[in-house]
Write a new protein. Structure first.
Length: 321
C-alpha cells in the first residue's frame, strides 16, 4: 500500500493558518528554463495539461523574453496556443496561465496570443538588476511602468516578481528597506500581486516574518503577496510555514522540484510542489491538488528529462532512488 492509502500524512491542523492556499505552479517556466537540452514544445504542453489535471489552477506557462536570453523558452509563441484553451471560455473559470514579459515587445507578443496574466521581474539589488536586465533598479522599474499600464488597460492581471529579497550573491544580506521600496513601486504602478523571491535560498523564518511585517507597515497588504522560496539550505518549507502564519495564501512551487537559481544546483533549487502539498495536507490546508496525480506527472516529466525528480515526496511515493 502507498503512504496516502495508509492515511498519511495524518491531518493535524495548526492554529492561525489559512483554510486554503493557492499554489502558483512554476515548473513549466522556471523549472524548465535552465535545462540544457531542448524540451520539445509538445512535451511542455503535455506537462502543463497534466498539471492542470492534477488540480493546479495557476500554471506559469512560458516567458516572452528574447530567445537568445532564454533559448529553452524560444517556442513561447508555438506553446501558448497549445494550452490556451485551459484558460476557460465564456466567463467560465479555467486555469490561469501567467507568462513573463520583460518589456513592451514581450507584452505585445503575449497579448496577441490572448494571454490574460502577465508578470514582470524586478530586483531588490543593483547587482542582480544589472546581471539580469542590464539596468539599474530604477531603470528597470521605469521600463516596467508602460508594460504594467498597458496590461491593465487591456484588463490583464499583472504579477510583479521581486528577486533577491533576502540575500544576493554579490552584495550579501539585503536590507529590508530595499525590498520594501521595490515592492511599493511595483504596487503603485498597478501590479495586482507581488512575489517575494528568495532567489539563492538563504532566508530563514524570522527574516521572512520581519520582511512581511515591514511590508505591511509600508502599506503593502498581505493579500497581494506571494512567496517564492528556494531550498538551497533546506529552509523552503519552514519559510513557507512562517509566511502562512503571517496570512500569506499564495505560494510558488515547481512540480518535482524542477529548476532553481542559476547559482545553485537543480536538486537544491525550487520548492517542490509535492513537498508543499504533503505539508499542507498534513496541516489540513486545502490546495485542490491531487497529490497522486501530481506525483505521477513529475515522474513522467523526470522520464522526459532522463533523470529522477529531486522532490523528496516524489521519491518516497514513487519509490525512486
Amino acid at each position: 500500500m502507498s503512504t496516502p492509502e495508509l492515511g498519511l500524512p495524518m491531518v493535524v491542523p495548526a492554529p492561525d493558518l489559512p483554510a486554503r492556499v493557492r499554489i502558483h505552479e512554476v515548473g513549466a517556466r522556471d523549472g524548465l528554463q535552465n535545462e540544457k537540452t531542448t524540451v520539445p514544445t509538445e512535451v511542455k504542453a503535455e506537462f502543463i495539461r497534466r498539471l492542470a489535471d492534477a488540480g493546479l489552477t495557476t500554471i506559469e506557462a512560458t516567458s516572452f523574453v528574447h530567445p537568445k536570453w532564454v533559448p529553452q523558452l524560444a517556442d513561447s509563441e508555438a506553446l501558448f496556443p497549445l494550452v490556451s484553451d485551459l484558460g476557460g471560455t465564456d466567463g467560465e473559470p479555467g486555469v490561469r496561465l501567467p507568462v513573463l514579459v520583460p518589456n513592451e515587445r514581450g507584452l505585445d507578443r503575449a497579448l496577441a496570443l490572448g494571454a490574460r496574466d502577465v508578470a514582470v521581474f524586478a530586483s531588490a539589488t543593483e547587482s542582480f538588476a544589472k546581471a539580469n536586465l542590464n539596468r539599474t533598479v530604477d531603470e528597470s522599474l521605469a521600463m516596467f511602468e508602460p508594460v504594467v499600464s498597458r496590461a491593465r488597460a487591456d484588463r490583464a492581471r499583472v504579477r510583479g516578481y521581486v528577486s533577491m529579497c533576502f540575500g544576493d550573491p554579490w552584495e550579501g544580506a539585503v536590507p529590508v528597506h530595499q525590498v520594501v521600496r521595490v515592492c511599493r513601486a511595483l504596487l503603485d504602478m498597478g501590479c495586482d500581486e507581488l512575489s517575494l523571491g528568495d532567489t539563492i535560498g538563504v532566508a530563514t523564518p524570522g527574516h521572512v516574518q520581519n520582511l512581511l511585517a515591514e511590508l505591511n507597515e509600508e502599506g503593502v497588504p498581505t493579500n497581494v503577496l506571494g512567496v517564492h522560496f528556494h531550498d538551497t539550505y533546506g529552509q523552503a518549507l519552514a519559510n513557507t510555514l512562517a509566511s502562512l502564519q503571517h496570512g500569506v495564501t499564495t505560494v510558488d512551487a515547481s512540480a518535482g522540484g524542477l529548476g532553481g537559481c542559476p547559482y545553485a544546483k537543480s536538486a537544491t533549487g525550487n520548492l517542490a510542489t509535492e513537498d508543499l502539498v504533503w505539508m499542507l495536507q498534513g496541516l489540513g490546508v486545502d490546495t485542490g491538488v491531487d497529490l497522486g496525480r501530481l506525483t505521477a506527472t513529475s515522474v513522467w516529466m523526470a522520464g522526459q528529462l532522463g533523470r529522477p525528480s529531486p522532490s523528496r515526496t516524489v521519491k518516497a511515493l514513487s519509490h525512486q532512488e
